[in-house]
Ligand binder design. Structure first.
Ligand SMILES: NC(=O)c1ccc[n+]([C@@H]2O[C@H](COP(=O)([O-])OP(=O)(O)OC[C@H]3O[C@@H](n4cnc5c(N)ncnc54)[C@H](O)[C@@H]3O)[C@@H](O)[C@H]2O)c1
Length: 493
C-alpha cells in the first residue's frame, strides 16, 4: 500500500519520500513505484515525460530522520496498534510540529492510534484502496482528538492526489468496509445453509446483481485468512454485533490454510488457468406465442413480471386458461390450471405452505437478467421444466437453488441496503457519500441507498423482515432509518 500511495503522490506532482525501516523493503517499494509508472505509460494512462518527471520526485530511505521536512506523512505499516502507535510517536519526534500524521489503517480505530502521541490533534485516518493508483476513493476519518484543521488538510491532500474524498466517522470498518460486510456475510450464510454452492452464489451476484466479482472470488482475492480476521475485528470492536459475526465455515477455511489466490486454492482452485466458467450470454425475450399466463399481485415484482411476460409474447389472462400462474404476494388466489409459481420474496416456499409449487425470485429492476428458481418437495418434474422454460422465454438466465426466504440475491442486496441505512442513521456519512464510497471503494454497480430507492424501501424492509421471521436472528433486524423509510415511502435524513 505504501508503494501505491507513493506512486500516486509523485504522479500528482508531490515531492515524496518512501520510508521503510527494512532497506530491502524500501528498495523493492521504490522499484514497485517505478514499475507502476512504466505500466501507466505502456497502457496509455501517462505520457512518458510525465512519468520520468514523476519518478524524479521520489526519494527512498530506511532512516526516519529523512522525513523531517515533510508536510504530511501517511503511514502504511503492518495492521497492529502497537506498531502504528510506536511509528507515530517516533514521527512526532522526527518531524516538525505542523506535520500532519495520517494512518492508512483499515480496521484499527483512529482514536486509539491517535491516543499514542502527544499531539493527537494532528492525527487522522486516510484510508486508500488497493490498487491505490487506480482506485478513485480515499476515506478520511477523524479521531475524536483530530482538529478541524487536520481534517481539512487531509481532505485537501486526498483531492490533490486526484481522489474522491468521503469523510467517515471513526468506527468499525469506517464506511466502505462496513458497507461491504453483508456481501460476504450473507453469502457465507447461504453457503453454510446449502441454499446454493460457491459458483452459483458468485454467478448470481455477477449476472443477476451486476457485481464485477462474486463474494467468494473476492474473498479469494483478499485472502480468506485476512477476511476472517476482519470479521473477527468487527465483532470485537462492536462487542458482538450479530450482523458482523463470522461463520464457522469461514474459520474452518482459514484454519485449513486454503487462503485463496495467494495459496493457489481457496473457494476456487487456481492451478489450471481460469478458476470458473464464463458467464452465460444475456438471453433475448420471445417464445410466449400468445399463450395465456396469469400473474397475481400488485407490487413492483408483479409489475416487472407482467412487463417481461408481455415482451416475451404472452397474453396475460385469467387463472383458468393459463399455462402457469405466477403469484407474487401471499394471500393472492393462485388455484388455476397449469403450474403454480410463487415468489420467495418475503418468505420461503415452506412458509407459503405450498409443497407442490415452484418458487422464484428476481430483483424487480429494469436491468434484471437472472431468475432464481426452487422447487417444493412435492413439485413435479413437469412443473419444474415448464417453469424453467417460461423464465427462459423472458430472456432470463435460470439458476436452481434451495428453498429459502428471499433466496440468494435479494437476501444479499437487502442486507447491503440495510447496513447502509444503519450507517446513515448512526451519522457515519451522508447519503451521497455512502453511495459514492460503495461505488468507488467496493466497485458496486449501484450505491446501496440508490439500490434501496430503486427497489422500494417497503420491498427491502419486507424482504428483510421475512428473513428475520424465518431465521429468528438479530442480524436481520431492519435499521431504524430503513423502517422509517418503509413507513413513510421515502428516505428522510
Ligand atoms: N492491502 C490492502 O489491500 C490494504 C488496503 C487498505 C489499507 N491497508 C492497510 O495498509 C497498511 C499496510 O498494508 P499492506 O497490505 O501494504 O501491508 P504489507 O505487509 O504489505 O506492508 C507493510 C510494510 O510496512 C513495513 N514496516 C514494517 N514495520 C514497520 C514500521 N515499524 N514502520 C514502518 N514500516 C514498517 C514493512 O517492511 C512493509 O514494507 C495496513 O494498515 C493495512 O490495514 C491495506
Amino acid at each position: 500500500m505504501g508503494a501505491g500511495i507513493a506512486e500516486t503522490a509523485v504522479a500528482a506532482g508531490l515531492e515524496t519520500v518512501l520510508f521503510d525501516p527494512f532497506e530491502a523493503a524500501a528498495a523493492s517499494g521504490a522499484e514497485r513505484v517505478r514499475r507502476g509508472l512504466t505500466r501507466s505509460v505502456e497502457r496509455g494512462r501517462l505520457e512518458s515525460e510525465t512519468a520520468t518527471a514523476a519518478a524524479s520526485r521520489l526519494s527512498v530511505t530506511a532512516s526516519l530522520e529523512d522525513l523531517a521536512g515533510c508536510d504530511a506523512v501517511i503511514e502504511a505499516a503492518p495492521e497492529d496498534l502497537g506498531v502504528k502507535q510506536g511509528l507515530l510517536a517516533s514521527l512526532e519526534e522526527a518531524c516538525a510540529s505542523a506535520t500532519m500524521l495520517a494512518t492508512n489503517t483499515s480496521s484499527i480505530p483512529i482514536t486509539a492510534i491517535a491516543a499514542g502521541v502527544k499531539r493527537p490533534d494532528r492525527v487522522v485516518g486516510m484510508h486508500f484502496f488497493n490498487p491505490v493508483p487506480r482506485m478513485r476513493l480515499v476515506e478520511v476519518t477523524p479521531a475524536m482528538q483530530t482538529s478541524t484543521q487536520t481534517l481539512e488538510r487531509a481532505s485537501e491532500l486526498g483531492r490533490g492526489l486526484g481522489k474522491e474524498v468521503v469523510v467517515a466517522r471513526d468506527g468499525p470498518g469506517f464506511l466502505v468496509n462496513r458497507c461491504g460486510r453483508p456481501f460476504y456475510g450473507e453469502a457465507l450464510r447461504l453457503l453454510q445453509d446449502r441454499t446454493a454452492d460457491v459458483e452459483q452464489i458468485d454467478r448470481i451476484c455477477r449476472v443477476g446483481g451486476g457485481f464485477q466479482m462474486g463474494p467468494f472470488e473476492l474473498m479469494d482475492l483478499v485472502g480468506i485468512d485476512v477476511s476472517f480476521a476482519v470479521a473477527r475485528s468487527f465483532t470485537e470492536l462492536s462487542f458482538g454485533e450479530p450482523r458482523w459475526r463470522p461463520y464457522p465455515i469461514q474459520a474452518r477455511m482459514a484454519a485449513s490454510g486454503r487462503h485463496g489466490r495467494k495459496t493457489g486454492v481457496g473457494w476456487y482452485l487456481y492451478a489450471n488457468g481460469r478458476h470458473r466458467p464464463d458467464d452465460p450470454a444475456p438471453g433475448a425475450p420471445g417464445g410466449g406465442d400468445g399463450r395465456a399466463l396469469a400473474v397475481a399481485g400488485t407490487g413492483p415484482l408483479a409489475a416487472r413480471i407482467r412487463t417481461l411476460a408481455t415482451a416475451a409474447g404472452y397474453a396475460l389472462g385469467s387463472n383458468d386458461a393459463a399455462i402457469a400462474t405466477i403469484a407474487t404476494d401471499p394471500g393472492e388466489r393462485f388455484d388455476g390450471s397449469g403450474c403454480t409459481i410463487l415468489a420467495c420474496k418475503t418468505s420461503s416456499l415452506a412458509a407459503w405452505r405450498q409443497a407442490r409449487a415452484i418458487g422464484f425470485n428476481l430483483l424487480p429492476t429494469d436491468d434484471v437478467r437472472l431468475v432464481e428458481l426452487s422447487r417444493g418437495p412435492m413439485a413435479s418434474d413437469a412443473d419444474a421444466a415448464s417453469a424453467e422454460e417460461l423464465f427462459r422465454t423472458f430472456g432470463l438466465h435460470v439458476e436452481w437453488v434451495r428453498d429459502a426466504p428471499g433466496l440468494v440475491l435479494a437476501a444479499i442486496v437487502v442486507q447491503i441496503v440495510n447496513e447502509a441505512c444503519f450507517a446513515l442513521g448512526e451519522g457515519v456519512a451522508p447519503p451521497n457519500d455512502i453511495d459514492t464510497a460503495a461505488r468507488l471503494g467496493l466497485n458496486y454497480p449501484r450505491g446501496p441507498l440508490e439500490w434501496g430507492s430503486a427497489l422500494g424501501w417497503r420491498y427491502v424492509h419486507d424482504t428483510l423482515d421475512g428473513l428475520w421471521r424465518e431465521r429468528r436472528e438479530e442480524r436481520y433486524r431492519p435499521a431504524p432509518a430503513l423502517a422509517h423509510a418503509a413507513h413513510h415511502g421515502a428516505m428522510h435524513v
